[in-house]
Structures are given as structure tokens and as C-alpha cells.
Design a protein around this ligand. Structure first.
Ligand code: ADP
Ligand code: MG
Length: 333
């Protein structure tokens, strides 16, 4: 008896089955997908739960790409970035920017108002004279000369034309204190749009978490200012953003004085009223924008400001090593 011919339909069916079998391992790959990269001059980390490898890997790639996009637009290290254009031209004429950059600057000015000027992106008018990696700092004379450039009230925004204008010569903006928070929120938004329900995204000191780790919170430790291995306190987190700023992040010591990357806008010197500040809030732009306050104003005044904002909490480590919490975090609550 001759072999029965295999019909075209059967062949198609078998091919489809083969394809399905080939896909099965991928489909069954519900797991955590992670990546760490150096972008925006800092460590970017993403960890997310996805049902399948293609979805998980493409979500991770989208987060990394988004970080690069924000960097391209808002870096002061890139001469071609929109922000560099603003710094070059805005003292002469209104500079048109993308809505995204406009919104970040608008939010930055809002944090200046909330923090009584402790947060001020025009700190860079003096801040650019520091190079913490090269252990360089400006002289008193240089600071005095550049200091009038620091004043957030001299940033003029036109919400219709989407332009930025400086009312004073010698002004510069640096978004190093808010753009990472923004970038984290942007990445989380992308993940939510893809239906990702469990993830953490970190950019330097700024993180945001969606969901939990299957019934358990994510546990985040706050390190000791002088010992990276010692943990001062651990907090369980679900669906929140968190930023920690510390005087141990970017600094150098000279003759017993610590020069570090958070600048008091009034003096142009490093702001040292606390050693570290951790803020918890719904978005990472909020936590980033508020994490500098206590360095400039001191823990007491910063606590007052933060207690008055609904949904925001804080943990400060003072120069004496005391740990202060907002009411919402105090044990027993
Ligand atoms: P990270 O870069 O690790 O997120 P922070 O959130 O503590 O660190 O932000 C520190 C950065 O904030 C500095 O490197 C600088 O770019 C910027 N900055 C410093 N002082 C001020 C200030 N008074 N107001 C706003 N931004 C500031
Ligand atoms: Mg930050």
C-alpha cells in the first residue's frame, strides 16, 4: 500500500503546532526581568514582573530607552540638549522648548515655592563652578560674583508659547535635582501602559515602585551616612516613590570641611544641615524635588513643610546622627 499523501491542510496544521511548541517555553516564562545600566551619570535599575519573555524584555528595553530620551533633552553635559540651549540663549531671548522640558521646569519652580527657595534649579549659576570628581570648588570671590544668578523667581515661563526666559544675566539651570525623579515617573508610566503591575525603577537616589512582590512589600534600606554597609532603618514599600539624598554621594573633604553636591541657594556653599534625607510620596518627581529641602533649611523647618503636604513623609539623619521621622512614619501609627 502506498503512503497516504499528507494534505496541505494537515501540513499547515503541523507547522502551526510546531510554532506553538516553539513558543511555549517563552510563553511560560512568567518571571522577574532586570537590567542595570549607567545613564544620566548614575545607576539605572529596572526590575519588573512579566508573563512572557518578549513582553518582559521589551518593557525593560523601553525603560532604558526612555532614560536615554530624558538625558538627551535635559542633560547639561550634552551641549546639544534642549536644556543647554536654554542656558546658552535664555538671558537674551525666550527659548522654545518641548512640553516635557517645560513641565519639568514648571514643577521645579513649584518646588522652589513650596520649599521657600531651598530647592532652586538656578543653583547652577554657582553650582557649575564646582567639580566634585576633580575636587574643585570656586573661590569666595567667584561665588560672590555668580551668586546673583541664583533666583528661581527670575525664570520666566510662557505656558502658551512654551518658552523659557531668564530675567538676569549669568543664570543657569541644572535639573540634576529633579530630572531623575521625572525620568523614573516617565518609565513607570510606560510600564503601566503595558499592563505591568509589579515593578521597581531606580535612577541614582530616586526610585518608584508599582505593586508589591506577591503579597509582600518591597523592603528598602536607608544606609548609614558614613558606612555604606550599615543600615539605619528598613521600610516596607508598596506603590510609592522614594528618594534619598546624602552628603556622601558626590563630595570631597578638604581641611575637615565636606564639599558636596547639594548647594544652599542663598550662599552658594554646600548645604549641610542634615547628613541624609529620605522622602516618600506618590511620585518620584515629588520625592526628588523635596529631598534637598532639609539640607538647606534644617530638619525642623523641613519637617514642617513636609508635614503640610498630604501624602508625603520624610526621614532625616542629622549631623549628630539622630534619625527624625514625620508623624506618618512614627512607630505605633
Ligand atoms: P541624585 O543625583 O543621586 O538623585 P539628589 O537627588 O540628592 O541626588 O540631587 C542632587 C543634585 O541636585 C545635585 O547633583 C545638583 O544637580 C542638584 N542640586 C544641588 N543643590 C540644589 C538645590 N539647592 N536645588 C535644586 N537642585 C540642587
Ligand atoms: Mg535625585
Amino acid at each position: 500500500r502506498g503512503r497516504r499523501p499528507v494534505s496541505a491542510a494537515t501540513r499547515r496544521c503541523c507547522r502551526a503546532l510546531g510554532l506553538l511548541l516553539a513558543l511555549l517555553p517563552a510563553l511560560a516564562h512568567a518571571e522577574w526581568y532586570r537590567r542595570e545600566e549607567a545613564i544620566m551619570g548614575t545607576r539605572i535599575y529596572v526590575e519588573l514582573w512579566a508573563d512572557a519573555a518578549p513582553a518582559g524584555e521589551s518593557a525593560v528595553a523601553a525603560v532604558i530607552q526612555s532614560m536615554h530620551d530624558v538625558d538627551e533633552m535635559m542633560s547639561t553635559y550634552k551641549p546639544a540638549s534642549q536644556l543647554s540651549r536654554v542656558n546658552d540663549r535664555a538671558a537674551q531671548e525666550p527659548v522654545k522648548v518641548d512640553r516635557e522640558l517645560f513641565e519639568v521646569i514648571r514643577n521645579a519652580l513649584e518646588f522652589s515655592r513650596l520649599t521657600h527657595g531651598a530647592f532652586d534649579v538656578t543653583y547652577a549659576s554657582v553650582g557649575y563652578l564646582y567639580d566634585f570628581r576633580a575636587h574643585q570648588r570656586p573661590t569666595e570671590a567667584q561665588i560672590e560674583k555668580a551668586l546673583p544668578g541664583i533666583n528661581w523667581r527670575n525664570v520666566r515661563l510662557d505656558p502658551v508659547a512654551l518658552t523659557v526666559k531668564f530675567d538676569h544675566a549669568g543664570m543657569r539651570i541644572d535639573l540634576g535635582g529633579i530630572a531623575k525623579g521625572y525620568a523614573v515617573d516617565r518609565a513607570i508610566g510606560l510600564l503601566q501602559a503595558r499592563g505591568i503591575a509589579h515593578a521597581v525603577v531606580t535612577a541614582g537616589g530616586d526610585s518608584r515602585i508599582i505593586g508589591d512582590r506577591f503579597g509582600r512589600p518591597w523592603i528598602v534600606g536607608i544606609r548609614h551616612p558614613d558606612d555604606p554597609k550599615r543600615v539605619i532603618t528598613r521600610i516596607p514599600l508598596v506603590d510609592t516613590a522614594m528618594s534619598t539624598s546624602g552628603d556622601y554621594e558626590r563630595y570631597f573633604d578638604e581641611n575637615g570641611v565636606r564639599y558636596h553636591h547639594i548647594i544652599d541657594p542663598k550662599t552658594g556653599h554646600s548645604a549641610s544641615k542634615v547628613r541624609s534625607a529620605t522622602i516618600l510620596a506618590p511620585t518620584a518627581m515629588q520625592t526628588d524635588g523635596l529631598s534637598k529641602t532639609a539640607f538647606v533649611l534644617g530638619a525642623e523647618e523641613a519637617l514642617k513643610i513636609i508635614e503640610a503636604i498630604p501624602g508625603v513623609d520624610a526621614i532625616f539623619v542629622t549631623p549628630q546622627g539622630k534619625v527624625l521621622y514625620t508623624k506618618g512614619l512614627q512607630p505605633g501609627d
